[in-house]
Write a protein that binds this ligand. Structure first.
Ligand code: UPG
Ligand code: MN
Length: 758
């Protein structure tokens, strides 16, 4: 019987049927190929635009091949967490990491909610420790956490007593009380609920007040805040503070809570989030050294209190090799970003079916030893010592110093982690001195941190790079999609934030493609599976696609201005191919939206936003990487502004979600010059056509309805820019931007005409 129980599976793999999708994918691919063949065959009868169209369409076809290959075999997991206790004698410890970097862009109340939701998960509290990294080195963040720790002592028991489902207090108190289950309607519950609400409002008020005071005349930096006096954001010593310690090792108490602001010095690169993650890994290695680490961004609260147990089903229920990390999808609570949901649905699950999901930077459970650089084939000898396939024996002290840096205590803890031993540490403060040492800005010099160990440096999307480094070794990863969703975060609010984020992504992804860690070499020289390489190529080439999309969008305008054509004429049978592609592709994506429960309107908005982002933000990503390679600029991690919708329970209203939320906000940033130029080019072309200012065709075929249709389509995609031309203030395109774009447009028209004469 015991043996039977032990063999019960903790999860089941489900391969959803996708025959219809495959058929459609292949049909579309055949159409694309037919178009290419048609163009090739008729190349001689047509001019330069025809050749360009052939080139760009080949790229889109290639991209389609990448997409089909990536999503061919979707997979998801069903977990059986109620069997966990029967399968494992004791649940393993988990260290939970939260990163925050700027108390203005990331209001402390958001971080506080995330931390509270993590600390309140359904898991033995003596197995949990929560570490918060503050790259802003802000006394305000520290203050907020200290206040939150007092609230946690009430909140956590309340959540567990009443089995509260949403344990981020801001979200919980937004819920309509009437939808809560009837058992929670007891008088006792009502009273406790009111008290909790009162305490939470007090907590938010205290944090708000402190923020206001801090802004006005600084904090009184005395007592435990004294360490923050004279600190500058980018120049300060390491600060590590134990806010809460579960000294009695109670399984139904409150988990440890530790604040870390790693040392920063102007001369030492700090590697943004990846650097912060590595500091967290080391400090936690000294203090609790849990074999599993959960990491979330400051705005990603736990939405399903079962999440750790759910993830454990995958981590403990499979062979280690099959599960280096478990990623939960990134979903948003404020505005459902349909594109992301769809990416998860139609591409994400496909990747899960290859070698496992990409690491997405937040909502991910890691095996500590994998982060320490272990390969799946590294084997234990009898004494439990690992032999590393790259470095030989892992236990050799010299090797360990080279890998992990110069701290004896840390090396010892890393040795334990690699061997899978769990440390039992009674007193956190014993390791405080060493914790400060490993959080030092020079600690990593001469070690493998950021290169072979920990989060990998060299890209502003450190998550994809780190995940690729893990997959490259042959590890697989798991996907955790419980219902309700495990985590929910803040969507970037407004056009500016979206543009900035997309620019960073495109930059970072291209940095990966152009580095020695690119997916192709990972397949040729290491163990990245071929189709996984394709999946990584699909994502890392986002930026490059922008160039082709831009040029393709310029093509109809070019043709109208020069009275040439890149599409077959309406009376030619060839026209049916591009028309069929257009119709089928749009109906196909539309059906995906509708099947997933989104509206036609959201389909249209996202399709056009997708094109706008690709032609503007992504293109600037390419520029960033070119400048980096020329040594002219460094790439930076620009933090996304998080909107504080959380303290709204205290202030009584959602002021931020007004009717203007969907309007585009413009500033003088170059991305908007690019967008405005694309629009003006199309408008100029259409005007040229309408006013009959086109040059004579010179014997060939002139532009026709096809070109005009495409040009109008681009204008429709850029509708927010059209509106921006006529609006004032922040919703209008600044005059300087319009002037720059007008100049660029004239240049385009001039060059087009000139090139055509030549
Ligand atoms: O110097 C820095 C910069 C950022 N962060 C933290 O990194 C996280 C992500 O930053 P955010 O501005 O929210 O970026 P997003 O674009 O929303 O993040 C997505 O993309 C990032 C990679 O570009 C991933 O790291 C994230 O996990 C993923 O959610 C936040 O918690 C920040 O506090 C730091 O700790 N230090
Ligand atoms: Mn974010």
């Amino acid at each position: 019987m015991a043996a039977n129980l032990f063999s019960l599976p903790l999860y089941e793999k489900i391969f959803p049927k996708n025959t219809a999708q495959r058929v459609l994918d292949i049909t579309l691919l055949s159409l694309l190929f037919s178009l290419l063949i048609y163009r090739l065959l008729s190349l001689r009868d047509h001019g330069f635009p025809w050749l360009l169209a052939l080139l760009f369409e080949s790229c889109f076809t290639f991209n389609w091949v990448l997409i089909i290959t990536t999503r061919w075999t979707p997979l998801y997991y069903k977990t059986f967490s109620h069997l966990l206790e029967q399968r494992v004698r004791e649940l393993p410890p988990v260290d939970m990491f939260v990163t925050t970097a700027d108390p203005v862009l990331e209001p402390p109340i958001i971080t506080v909610n995330t931390v509270l939701s993590l600390m309140a998960v359904d898991y033995p509290t003596n197995k949990l420790a929560c570490y918060v990294s503050d790259d802003g080195c802000s006394p305000l963040n520290y203050y907020a956490l200290v206040e939150a720790s007092k609230f946690a002592k009430l909140w956590i028991p309340f959540c567990k007593k009443y089995n509260v489902q949403i344990r981020a207090p801001f979200k919980y108190f937004q819920l309509d009380q009437s939808i809560m289950s009837s058992e929670t309607h007891s008088l006792e519950f009502q009273q406790e609920w009111k008290k909790m609400k009162y305490e939470y409002e007090r907590l938010s008020r205290n944090i708000d007040d402190a923020a206001r005071k801090h802004e006005a005349f600084g904090f009184a930096l005395v007592g435990e805040f004294a360490v923050f006096s004279n600190v500058e954001r980018g120049n300060h010593p390491a600060i590590v503070k134990i806010i809460l310690e579960n000294k009695e090792n109670l399984s139904d108490g409150i988990p440890h809570l530790i604040y870390i602001s790693r040392e920063k010095r102007p001369k030492h690169p700090h590697h943004y989030k990846a650097g912060a993650m590595n500091a967290l890994t080391r400090v936690s290695g000294l203090m609790t050294n849990a074999p599993f680490m959960l990491n979330v961004d400051c705005d990603m609260f736990v939405n399903n209190p079962e999440v750790v147990r759910q993830a454990m089903c995958l981590l403990l229920g499979s062979k280690e090799k099959d599960c280096a990390f478990v990623q939960c999808p990134q979903l948003y609570h404020d505005s459902p970003t349909d594109t992301l949901v769809l990416l998860h649905e139609y591409v994400g699950k496909g990747i899960v079916g290859i070698q496992g999901p990409f690491y997405g930077g937040s909502g991910c459970f890691h095996r500590r030893k994998v982060i320490y650089g272990l390969w799946p084939d590294d084997t234990k000898d009898e004494s439990g010592i690992y032999f590393n396939s790259v470095n030989g024996k892992v236990d050799g002290d010299e090797i360990l110093v080279k890998e992990f840096g110069n701290s004896k205590e840390f090396i010892k803890s890393a040795g334990h982690a690699l061997k899978g031993k769990t440390d039992i540490r009674m007193n956190l403060s014993n390791s405080l001195d060493t914790a400060h040492q490993v959080a030092g800005s020079a600690y990593e010099y001469g070690s493998s941190w950021g290169e072979k160990v920990g989060w990998i440096y060299g890209s502003t999307v450190e998550d994809i790079l780190t995940g690729l480094t893990i997959h490259k070794k042959g590890w697989r990863s798991g996907y955790c999609t419980p219902d309700p969703p495990a985590f929910l975060g803040c969507a970037p609010a407004g056009s500016l934030a979206v543009m900035t984020q997309q620019k960073r992504w495109s930059t970072g992804l291209l940095e990966i493609l152009c580095s020695k860690n690119n997916p192709i070499s990972a397949t040729l020289k290491a163990n990245l599976q071929f189709r996984m390489c394709v999946a990584y190529l699909w994502i890392t080439t986002w930026g490059l696609r922008s160039i082709f999309e831009l040029c393709y969008a310029a093509l109809p305008a070019y043709c109208i201005i020069t009275n040439s054509n890149f599409l077959p004429k309406l009376q030619e049978p060839g026209i049916y191919i591009p028309v069929a592609i257009l119709v089928m592709y749009n109906l196909y994506t539309l059906s995906e939206y509708i099947r997933t429960g989104f509206s036609i309107h959201s389909w249209w908005i996202n399709q056009s936003m997708g094109r706008v982002i690709a032609m503007t933000s992504w293109a600037f990503g390419v520029l960033n990487v070119v400048l980096k390679h020329l040594g002219l600029a460094e790439t930076v991690f620009e933090i996304t502004q998080k909107v504080d919708r959380q303290s709204s329970t205290a202030s009584g209203g959602n002021d931020n979600i007004d009717e203007n939320a969907s309007k585009f906000i413009f500033d003088e940033s170059p991305v908007f010059v690019a967008g405005t130029t694309i629009l003006l080019v199309q408008l100029t072309a259409l005007a040229t056509g309408l006013l009959g200012l086109q040059p004579p065709t010179g014997g060939g075929q002139g532009s026709g309805l096809g070109e005009v249709f495409c040009s109008v389509l681009v204008v429709l995609w850029f509708r927010p820019f059209v509106e921006g031309l006529f609006r004032k203030g922040k919703y209008g395109i600044p005059l300087s931007t319009i002037c720059k774009s007008a100049a660029l447009t004239s240049l385009f028209v001039y060059l087009s005409k000139k090139s055509y004469k030549v």
